[in-house]
Design a protein around this ligand. Structure first.
Ligand code: M6R
Length: 364
């Protein structure tokens, strides 16, 4: 059943190129985005003036990535909130609010409660889920399926990538409806998005640098993940993956926040994992890495192929193919999944069944 892999998590990580392809299949018809199941006309989409993405855990991190795309491309204010907070406050919801609920299982109690509440208050609700016919699918006005197929490992990997790709499609759709992107720009972006399947295959083909970095970090007590912009969102997911399967304490910070507190943690050999791919904030990030390194941090950098300069600032460099910053979550998340798993294996943890966790959380 594991298809020759030692655990389901590794098998599922390797399925990700297929998930990207399947999630995109049939979505560009005659050069136009086709997400008909959302059942909203371009005019109705154009009326949306606020988006909330609500979710828990890894699905919430997919939302953080979507915020960058929805605001960046469609210019619609977008807030991302964990469902257990959203449901107990009084968010501003009007009929022109779109709530996007993201849940692999489609049955997470807090996410469903938030969806019900938002609908009562008059919001349109889109669900993004991996499970056909799940409560989320049934209770949303429209649903996009992530096509990850059944995910068995408790730690989400392939469903996360499916969510990020689906949310990217939604951001493109909104941008097009708002007139912020032209049809030909959307088409170009769609093709670049599709190319990430091959780029992820390339990352999966050689994990030597990832495994070396994991061996160097395996005995640490704690680790800090940092990034800026998209890299910050990616860092949160990297830290969650590591702590949930290896029990190594990890947290993530936007790199610019380091000197406001977390840099105090850093002493000789403290692992700092930096998402340092080429982006508009690359130079800023590099100076944050230098500050950490000057205090003895062991820096692991996920960087763009061809970036030789980064070697001067990092102890371990994991190279990934160059992609547009908007798509960097799809590529940069993969080495962080493999890094977390490699550390968990080194620490003899049960990769697929971490202690205290269940695959779906159907009670509050
Ligand atoms: O099924 P959902 O996407 O609603 O689940 C949300 C979280 O419980 C889930 O992502 C959890 O954080 C995973 N263990 C992460 O790997």
């Amino acid at each position: 059943e594991k298809g020759g892999y030692p655990d389901f998590m590794l098998k599922e990580i390797h399925e990700q190129p297929r998930v990207i392809r399947d999630t995109l299949a049939g979505r560009l018809v005659d050069g136009h985005l086709a997400i008909d199941e959302l059942d909203l006309s371009p005019e109705e989409l154009n009326l949306i003036d606020r988006v909330y993405v609500i979710a828990c855990g890894t699905s919430y991190h997919a939302g953080l990535i979507a915020k960058n795309l929805i605001e960046g491309w469609a210019r619609i204010p977008c807030e991302v909130e964990v469902a257990s907070e959203f449901r107990y406050r009084n968010p501003i919801i009007t009929p022109s609010t779109l709530v996007v609920a993201v849940s692999q299982s489609g049955e997470t109690a807090d996410t469903l409660a938030a969806v019900r509440d938002a609908r009562v208050k008059g919001a349109k609700v889109f669900g993004i889920t991996n499970v056909v016919g799940s409560p989320l699918a049934r209770e949303s006005d429209g649903v996009i399926y992530t096509k990850a197929n059944k995910e068995i490992a408790v730690a989400s990997t392939k469903s996360f990538l499916g969510q990020v790709v689906s949310l990217t499609l939604l951001a493109l759709l909104l941008a097009q409806a708002k007139g912020k992107l032209k049809t030909n720009q959307v088409r170009l972006l769609f093709h670049e998005l599709a190319d990430t399947a091959e780029q992820v295959e390339h990352i999966l083909a050689d994990t030597t640098a990832i495994d070396e970095a994991a061996r160097a970090c395996k005995d640490a007590k704690s680790a800090l993940f940092v990034g800026r912009g998209m890299g910050a969102a990616i860092s949160y997911e990297g830290a969650l993956k590591l702590k949930e399967i290896s029990y190594l304490h990890a947290e993530a910070y936007p790199a610019g926040e380091m000197k406001h507190g977390p840099i105090a943690l850093i002493d000789e050999g403290f692992p700092v994992i930096a998402v340092a791919t080429k982006s508009p904030v690359y130079d800023k990030l590099v100076s944050n890495i230098q500050e950490a390194k000057a205090r003895g941090a062991m820096v692991v950098a996920v960087a763009t192929e061809g970036d030789e300069d980064i070697r001067a600032h990092a102890d371990h460099v994991i190279y990934i193919p160059k992609v547009r910053d908007a798509f960097s979550a799809i590529t940069a998340s993969v080495p962080l999944q493999l890094f977390a798993r490699a550390i968990a294996v080194e620490r003899n943890c049960d990769v697929d069944q971490p202690r205290n966790l269940a695959k779906s959380v159907t009670v509050e």
